[in-house]
Design a protein around this ligand. Structure first.
Ligand code: SF4
Length: 655
């Protein structure tokens, strides 16, 4: 197994092709593992404390070795960089056809540094690469940019597939995202601002090459088996119909939504409390987001205009079904009660390429201040240059707030362009008042629109995720769905991981699942297949066989789990070099101290178990409790002695 990396130095306009040898796959698997390795190596020769919006930051795109092989497990590309909004390790996955198309060019990894002297886009056509003037694309949103590039590049040797930024990225809004084929968003951590700071508007790829599969017969056999398993899995049928929206009813039942800036945890209104309402009223047809998926959970919607009073305003609008977190940010954080408005929120945040988690929590922070009369009419005019009601669920106000941030067009946009944590800090300072208890955030200042106070693993995820508060790195399915069967499998017959009444095994679950997810992200597959049968399609065993067929790297499950652990430890080491310690592994005041007063678990606060769970997480990781830093012993056990040396030089290794 080897692969090609395209290095792009925008300052020098230099484009170089390099081979990534087999030995790198042996150690870093592929996908996010290799992206992390490229980033780590880059910051051995560049200042890791550089301005993330400066030319020394690196932006890496990579696609893993299972992508496009016909495995049927979906394809996710990954972008990796130092985050401009959280000033730490940043990465984000995205589907769509772009990562699939990249695999049919000569390159699987792209590393971009420097800054172009004018707007450009990167065009890759099989093994030919060029930087092309993008002045005609500057000022366009992600959809317009994608359409213009497809028209301009034609359909030979294949249709063009794109990764684009919007005006938010151009304006270096810290929470700006990168969008794949105008449909699937790499939402988290501000990759759009990094590309904007480099004057890189887009990457467009066209390819009709093949891709290497080491053992094609074994790959086909695995794929046949996987298709059969997916066909027999009853959970798949509901997931095809509703996708992640299927969580709406269950979260309503257990009190796991995030309502009005997490003042509550249940949605309100008859419409948005039923995912079937969405399917019946708006869904047109199901489709796959990538080209190599046996599930097809994605779908298209169209608003006719007569479905509700609010829908009339969006008549004719068509886009893809909102995912759960898009819904959580609109129907939850902002209390939008009509499905057509939730769909519209998903579309505008995608077209504007902006993270709807951080954006919604910035807006809901301000709405709560208004609700509590903590800001006056004059303060609102000061922020927006005009009157705004800032009433919960008011879509006109919400759209104005979105444009404020995307275009940094007023004080609100300037203050909140990096998300709710920095926005609340800046606003508190400006007003001479402490509003921080109303800001919702976890590690790095990143926000997230799900209830977590009764869910210790979920809460721990928010505090320790390497890219800032996030549920996907160590996703706490075992406790949220109280899966005792999974707890027993993972922890030698013990059931505490599924028991919400005890903090035990919650930090352990985070550590174990982070290692598994690191493997999936490195294979380059979609997580949803695994989530539909976490005990059956294990990343280290079941997927490990497909990885072996694709690459020829045959590992026993224990070795693969160690590979996943190594990948997680490199992300940790990057953050330790930036200066992150135990005190950064934390969450906001509301989650920590303010009890929930509704849902199935009223009275819950994170503070009851927070430190205990964090200690257990560090113990399972083999890191030092007091500082949260890695130990030399642990790093050497993972063949990361060189990483330990760098950390020791930086004073970032446990003493
Ligand atoms: S399961 Fe859904 S999100 Fe995952 S690859 Fe398939 S269509 Fe895309």
């Amino acid at each position: 197994m080897e692969s090609r990396l395209l290095r792009v130095d925008l300052t020098k306009r230099e484009l170089k092709s390099e081979v990534i040898p087999h030995s790198v796959f042996e150690k870093w698997i592929g996908g996010s593992g290799i992206n992390n390795w490229i980033m780590w190596e880059h910051f051995l020769t560049h200042d890791i404390n550089c301005d993330p919006r400066g030319p020394d930051n690196i932006f890496v795109f990579g696609v893993g070795p299972l992508a496009g092989t016909g495995a049927g497990s979906g394809i996710k590309g990954r972008i990796t960089f130092k985050s401009p909004c959280y000033n730490m390790f940043g990465d984000s996955a995205g589907g769509g056809k772009f990562p699939y198309a990249v695999r049919f060019t000569a390159f699987e990894y792209i590393a971009i540094t420097g800054k172009a002297d004018c707007p450009v886009y990167l065009h890759i056509c099989n093994d030919e690469v060029a930087l092309v003037d993008a002045s005609h694309l500057w000022g366009k949103d992600t959809k317009e940019t994608h359409q213009l590039l497809q028209a301009e590049l034609g359909s030979y040797p294949s249709k063009a597939h794109t990764l684009t930024i919007s005006q938010a990225g151009e304006n270096q809004v810290g929470i700006a995202s990168v969008v794949s084929d105008a449909l699937r968003i790499h939402a988290r951590c501000g990759g759009g601002a990094v590309l904007g700071s480099k004057n890189l508007k887009a990457i467009a790829v066209q390819g009709n090459g093949g891709l290497p599969v080491k053992m094609p017969d074994e790959m086909l056999a695995w794929s046949d088996d996987f298709r059969q398993k997916i066909d027999e899995n009853e959970a798949v049928y509901g997931f095809k119909r509703r996708g992640t929206l299927g969580a709406v009813e269950m979260y309503q039942h257990i009190g796991s939504h995030f309502w009005r800036n997490n003042q509550g945890n249940m949605f309100r209104g008859d419409d948005v409390t039923s995912s079937d309402n969405w399917v019946k009223k708006y869904q047109k047809y199901s489709e796959v987001c990538s080209s190599d998926c046996f599930i097809a959970c994605d779908s298209k919607y169209k608003i006719k205009g007569d479905e509700s009073e609010a829908a009339a305003k969006y008549a004719g609008e068509t886009f893809r079904r909102p995912e759960y977190l898009t819904t959580g940010s609109a129907a939850g954080a902002l209390d939008v009660r009509d499905w057509s408005e939730v769909g519209h929120w998903g579309k505008i945040t995608n077209d504007y390429g902006i993270d709807n988690q951080d954006l919604s929590c910035s807006i809901s922070f301000l709405m709560e201040l208004k609700q509590r009369d903590l800001i006056s009419r004059k303060d609102v005019v000061d922020l927006f240059g005009r009157e705004q009601s800032l009433e919960w669920g008011n879509m006109d106000d919400i759209e104005n707030c979105v444009e404020s941030v995307v275009f940094k067009k007023d004080l609100f946009g300037e203050l909140f362009c990096d998300g709710p944590y920095l926005g609340a800090l800046r606003y508190s300072e400006r007003q001479g008042k402490n509003f921080m208890k109303y800001a919702i955030y976890g590690k790095g200042g990143a926000s997230f629109t799900e209830e977590m106070r009764p869910f210790p693993t979920w809460m721990n995820n928010m505090a320790v995720a390497s890219r800032g508060a996030d549920h996907l790195k160590g996703i706490g399915l075992i406790e949220k769905f109280q899966r005792q069967d999974l707890s027993k499998i993972y922890f030698d017959g013990r059931t505490e991981a599924a028991d919400l009444s005890t903090p035990e095994l919650k930090g352990a679950t985070t550590a174990l699942v982070e290692n598994q997810v690191a493997l999936l992200n490195s294979y380059g597959v979609c997580m949803f297949h695994w989530m539909l049968d976490p005990a059956g399609y294990t990343p280290q065993e079941y997927y490990g066989k497909a990885y072996a067929a694709a690459t020829g790297i045959d590992r026993v499950p224990e070795e693969l789990m160690r590979d996943g652990e190594r990948i997680c430890n490199l992300e940790k080491a990057i953050n330790s070099r930036i200066g992150m310690r135990r005190e950064h592994d934390t969450i906001c005041e509301r989650w920590m101290w303010e009890p929930t007063d509704e849902g199935m678990y009223p009275g819950s606060v994170a503070a009851n178990v927070f430190e205990e769970v964090l200690d257990e997480y560090y113990d399972w990781r083999g890191w030092e409790r007091q500082t949260g830093l890695q130990t030399r012993e642990k790093l050497e056990s993972l063949d990361l002695g060189d990483v330990a040396e760098v950390l020791a030089e930086d004073g970032a290794l446990a003493s």
